[in-house]
Design a protein around this ligand. Structure first.
Ligand SMILES: Cc1cc2nc3c(=O)[nH]c(=O)nc-3n(C[C@H](O)[C@H](O)[C@H](O)COP(=O)(O)O)c2cc1C
Length: 238
């Protein structure tokens, strides 16, 4: 197995970091270079990344999001932002305008590009022998993030990435079976038993009390729905 495959197969999120470790600037730049080289729709690069070194800003984020204390305890925190502001500049430059709120496809465009870039960053981090965790929790206090990082309209903070030298040893979380999610030539329905089997695997390994309940709880919780709708409206994206 080559090193790249090994790294991706062994992925697990790390949430506890050596607070004394400083990520060398050279390594940070390598992570950024990898993130930037991800595939991107029409080479549009519909995202920006803020390298958050400022401990006060990170402490403020943890204050609003105490479950994600690694935002402060990691070596560096990258904030991934969907960015259509740059596209708007092109319209402005040509003295025209475009209503970005008119097309929900823009949201796919921006979020897919941002996510692919983050996935590259994760692989780069792990290949350097470091660890990280994606932090979607920033979306729960989007107003504060917009203010804290002076995000202009047509941008939206999608997630962060806490990066550092891990001091935890999480187990690799098994994924759903191929029969549940990998199909050949056409979508194929499957028995609910496969989902029950997965619930059992995760609970047996103490990785989740009930995976299916956690999915249900997410969709039944309306709070993020409202925050996101208001946030997209504020940022003129909806
Ligand atoms: C979009 C996204 C948002 C996430 N948000 C958080 C978060 O706010 N806090 C956290 O601890 N983990 C977060 N995670 C990490 C997931 O919980 C983790 O990737 C998942 O449980 C699978 O575990 P693994 O990465 O160890 O394989 C997020 C992951 C993604 C992709």
């Amino acid at each position: 197995m080559n090193k790249m495959i090994e790294i991706m197969k062994d992925h697990s999120s790390h949430r506890k970091f050596d607070v004394n470790y400083e990520l060398p600037e050279q390594d940070l730049q390598l992570i950024i270079e990898c993130a930037k080289q991800a595939s991107t729709y029409i080479n549009g690069q519909f995202y920006s990344i803020i390298i958050v070194k400022d401990k006060e800003k990170r402490a403020q984020m943890v204050n609003s999001n105490p479950l994600n204390s690694h935002i402060l305890n990691s070596s560096v925190f990258l904030l991934f932002i969907m960015d259509l502001n740059r596209s708007n500049k092109i319209f402005q430059h040509h003295h025209t305008s475009h209503d970005f709120s008119d097309n929900i496809d823009h949201l796919f465009l921006g979020s897919v590009d941002t996510a692919l870039s983050c996935a590259n960053a994760i692989n780069a981090v792990e290949s350097l022998g470091l660890g990280c965790v994606v932090v979607g929790g920033v979306r729960y206090h989007v107003d504060e993030i917009i203010d804290l990082f002076k995000l202009p309209t047509l941008t939206y903070p999608l997630f962060g990435l806490s990066i550092g030298k891990p001091i935890d040893t999480p187990v690799i979380k098994p994924r759903l079976s191929n029969d549940t999610m990998i199909f050949t030539d056409e979508y194929k329905d499957y028995s609910y038993d496969l989902i029950s089997d997965y619930d059992l695997i995760l609970s047996k390994n103490q990785l989740s009390e009930s995976w299916s309940d956690s999915i249900k709880n997410y969709f039944n919780n309306d709070s993020l729905k409202e925050i996101t709708r208001k946030g997209l409206d504020k940022q003129k994206l909806l």
